[in-house]
Design a protein around this ligand. Sequence first.
Ligand SMILES: Nc1ncnc2c1ncn2[C@@H]1O[C@H](COP(=O)(O)OP(=O)(O)OP(=O)(O)O)[C@@H](O)[C@H]1O
Length: 330
Amino acid sequence: MLSTFRQNVGHGDARSDAYVIETHNLSKRYKTGIALKGLNLRIPKNTICGFLGPNGAGKSTAIRLLLGLSKASSGNGMVFGLDIERDSVAIRRRVGYLAQDPHFYDHMTARQTLRFVCSFFYSGPSSVLEKRISDSLDLVGLNDKADRPIKGFSGGERQRLGIAQAYINHPQLMILDEPAASIDPIGRRDILEVMQRLRQYTTIFYSTHLLDDVQRVSDMVVILKDGEMLAHAPIEELLAGSGEVVYELQLEGETSSAYERLSSQAWVKQVSVMRERDQERWYVSVSDEESAKMFLLPLLIQDGQPYVSAFGRKKHGLEDIFLSMVENDK
Ligand SMILES: Nc1ncnc2c1ncn2[C@@H]1O[C@H](COP(=O)(O)OP(=O)(O)OP(=O)(O)O)[C@@H](O)[C@H]1O
């Protein structure tokens, strides 16, 4: 850390050691209705937390409250152990924020943009400043484009510059509002890589609709719907689901006798069949995994029928879990 830049060391209370963000029944009511109902967040240091929810779930409302840009109707919250209402200026100084649609002066280059941002908080030697700018551009993979006007940048490059701008003051927390929305797959992959690189330096709390991205880079997931929190858990815990064991099989050929054999077993709870052109996909839910390991395949195939082209334990994807939570409100 460069000594002439403001040092981001904690000066909050003891709770700041455990959680970067902590809220208690944080709620927001607009004239039109309740946007956020009793949000209880606990986000530990150096995690990447995906903040998920359908449109209108309350994600931006929560972000505005955390940054002190809007006042809570009830409840309270801490960022670095500082009160989000009383200490919002001190909090914002230590948070790097990327808005949903960042605006830049398009005639300026990436390097000039970062210099301009630094001019608001830095007054030390220019060699230190230039090194900090160069390091930030490196981190987001823009060093080779640093001296080109921003007007020629792709959507993904603009977002990466936005991340460099949010990171330039080495914040302890970055809040990113939809950092990869409306970016092509290569641009999105680059942004995810930048987030992975940043994880060693800071905590990242980001809102998104992109479930695959959340599954790839997040440690923790918070799911909101209609202002209510449906889930707040480490991603592995969420992906482990209810603990139900389901085998997924892809079959071709004669399947009716195999269906009879399997469904008559006491340890088979259910066999669901989906027909796909000339194949069938089966989901076999079992109550005893040991029996399934020993008997499922031998029972399935007799006299070479049916032909099994895929076999494995079904993994729950975040998309399945998100959709089932949002649709069932559980
Ligand atoms: N300033 C406001 N005045 C009145 N209602 C508002 C205001 N801001 C947000 N809302 C309402 O609060 C609810 C939550 O909105 P919010 O923007 O927080 O959702 P979101 O999860 O960020 O949605 P999106 O994913 O579409 O950005 C919505 O019903 C919205 O219409």
